[in-house]
Structures are given as structure tokens and as C-alpha cells.
Design a protein. Structure first.
Length: 149
């Protein structure tokens, strides 16, 4: 009869694999690397990981890469550079996955973030709740408000 491990031991191994994905997402990692980190067979690992995180390891890795790409897209980095920096091999697959997960393409996301950053610089009070601005005396004519012409 095979060994029976306490659930906490199994859970710690799954968490260790998740942390491995979080740390190495930009590298060329695959299921063998990730399952090996947790010392499980691939199929057993997939089943336990999905039960714990409601995603397969591959789905989780993709989600981490897309989330990290959102941060890089807020910079002036080109979309192709972002794609490779977070571990994707193909700009077209990155674009398709990003659009599927966010509803817009990476370049549209980047343009929106740049537009928003510019708008925040020109009209910062527009992005501060009025109650907070009033409590600090910013709602009255101040340097933070745009002067109407």
C-alpha cells in the first residue's frame, strides 16, 4: 500500500510550485519543471493544482504572464519587447491571449494607460474623490484645478 501524506504536506508542495511559477514566469518553464518542483507526477500535480487554485498550472502561468505584461505595458516598452520579457514566444499568441483575458489588445491597453497617465498629469483633481479633495481644501480654486478659460 502506498504512503499516505497529510493534506498540509501536499498543500505545501503545491504552494511551492505556485511560488516557483510566480518567480520564474518569464523563463522557459514547462509542466515538467513545475511538477518537478513539487515532486509530483505531471497528472497528479495538475489535478491537485487545479483543485487548489481553480486553474491548471498552464492557465495560471499564462495569467501571471499576462498580469505582469500589464505592468510593463504602462511603460514605453514596445509590445513585442513586453511579450518576450514575460516569457511568451510569439507576439501573435501573446496578443490573442491578452485580448481574450482583458477584452482589448496589448497595444490598445498601452495606449489607454498612456492617455490616462497624461490626463492625470493635466487634471489630477478629476481622479481624486471630491469628499477627499474637500477635506483637504483642494476643491476650492487651487493649483490642482484647471483654470477655465
Amino acid at each position: 500500500m502506498g504512503e499516505v501524506y497529510p493534506k498540509i504536506y501536499l498543500y505545501r508542495r503545491i504552494v511551492k510550485a505556485k511560488l516557483f511559477i510566480d518567480e520564474h514566469f518569464a523563463e522557459d518553464i514547462d509542466l515538467d519543471n513545475i511538477a518537478g518542483e513539487a515532486f509530483f507526477s505531471k497528472f497528479h500535480f495538475i489535478r491537485l493544482f487545479k483543485k487548489t487554485y481553480a486553474k491548471t498550472p498552464h492557465q495560471y502561468l499564462t495569467a501571471v504572464r499576462v498580469e505582469k505584461s500589464k505592468l510593463l505595458l504602462q511603460t514605453d516598452m514596445a509590445v513585442a519587447e513586453v511579450c518576450y520579457a514575460v516569457g511568451f514566444d510569439s507576439v501573435s499568441s501573446f496578443t490573442g491571449l491578452f485580448k481574450h483575458m482583458n477584452g482589448i489588445t496589448p497595444s490598445a491597453y498601452q495606449q489607454e494607460k498612456h492617455r490616462l497617465r497624461k490626463e492625470i498629469k493635466t487634471a489630477p483633481l478629476k481622479f481624486i474623490p471630491n469628499c477627499f479633495a474637500e477635506s483637504h481644501g483642494w476643491a476650492k480654486k487651487s493649483n490642482f484645478q484647471e483654470v477655465e478659460v
